[in-house]
Design a protein around this ligand. Structure first.
Ligand code: APR
Length: 258
């Protein structure tokens, strides 16, 4: 691992972040950037999924209903990558932070289940989870790995309805429970740690705004400036999640004298 001095996040800033995190109620918001080191492509930017596919065509619910096979070509590719992916040091650091009482919950826009694989317990899946498939006919749920994807689209073994990943498509609402829980968490947090999101997609992008309006300190980790950096972020740590979070975790341990 690089030392913080070799990165764009000086140790002084990391120590400041750890001090904020170590003393109060922290909620974490994660986006696709946290899973890049696990081999999962982000949505936007260079190498992003939306460079290869048009999101309106393949990830809009109306178009999925009209032509599920077209969406499933992209979905199958994503599922194969997600199935093989393992949590990276960023996911693992967040899981340890929760275990040690430094973070109360993770709100994730990711649909890869990697926070849970890393051991995080309180994970609010704001955009659902693609490792589950849901039947558009009878609403039955299936683990994606149990469904044969050799012919597309896959159909429900019970009612023959079309199966769709249990993830939020454009034009669909955020699951009601996730929306409610996320709002409860955000309204109570004193620090929000925002990791690897472009901050471009609503309503997730409004969560840091809500936290800030309630007086929370916003720490952001991202190698690039996001839509939130100049308007919402209080402390910006410019770097990769998988490199910055382990250093924050070490600092937190030092604060606790571990
Ligand atoms: N560590 C941290 N951040 C990173 C890393 C990394 N190693 N690599 C890239 N990033 C940052 C990028 O700079 C970018 O700001 O992660 C962000 C990824 O942005 P998006 O691809 O837009 O992902 P996200 O913000 O999660 O997208 C939100 O959009 O298409 C929908 O439903 C989809 O949940 C998704 C939502």
């Amino acid at each position: 691992m690089f030392s913080p001095e070799e990165q764009n996040f000086p140790l002084k800033k990391v120590k400041d972040a750890a001090k904020e995190i170590g003393t109060t109620n922290v909620v974490v918001l994660t986006g696709a950037g946290i899973s890049v080191a696990s081999g999962i492509m982000p949505f936007r930017g260079k190498g992003g999924l939306w460079e290869k596919y048009d999101p309106e065509e393949v990830a809009n619910i109306e178009n999925f209903r009209r032509n599920p096979k077209k969406s499933w070509v992209m979905l199958k590719e994503v599922l194969e990558v997600v199935e093989k992916a393992l949590p990276n040091p960023a996911h693992l650091s967040l899981a340890r932070m929760e275990e040690m009482g430094f973070a109360s919950s993770i709100i994730t826009q990711n649909i890869d289940g990697l926070h849970q694989k890393a051991g995080s317990k309180t994970v609010i899946e704001f955009h659902g989870n693609t490792t589950r498939l849901v039947c558009l006919g009878c609403a039955a749920l299936y683990p994606a790995r149990e469904i044969d994807l050799s012919s597309l689209p896959p159909y429900c073994p019970v009612c023959n309805g079309v199966l769709k990943p249990d993830a939020v498509f454009f034009g669909e609402s955020i699951p009601r429970n996730a929306l409610y829980q996320a709002h409860m968490e955000v309204q109570q947090c004193q620090v929000m740690l925002v990791v690897g999101t472009s901050g471009m997609v609503e309503p997730a992008a409004s969560l840091p705004r809500l936290a800030k309006s309630k007086g929370a300190f916003i720490i952001e980790i991202n190698p690039e400036h996001s839509y939130l950096t100049s308007s919402i972020t209080t402390l910006f740590l410019q770097g990769k999640a998988e490199e910055v979070l382990p250093v924050i975790f070490e600092e937190l341990c030092a604060l606790r004298d571990y």
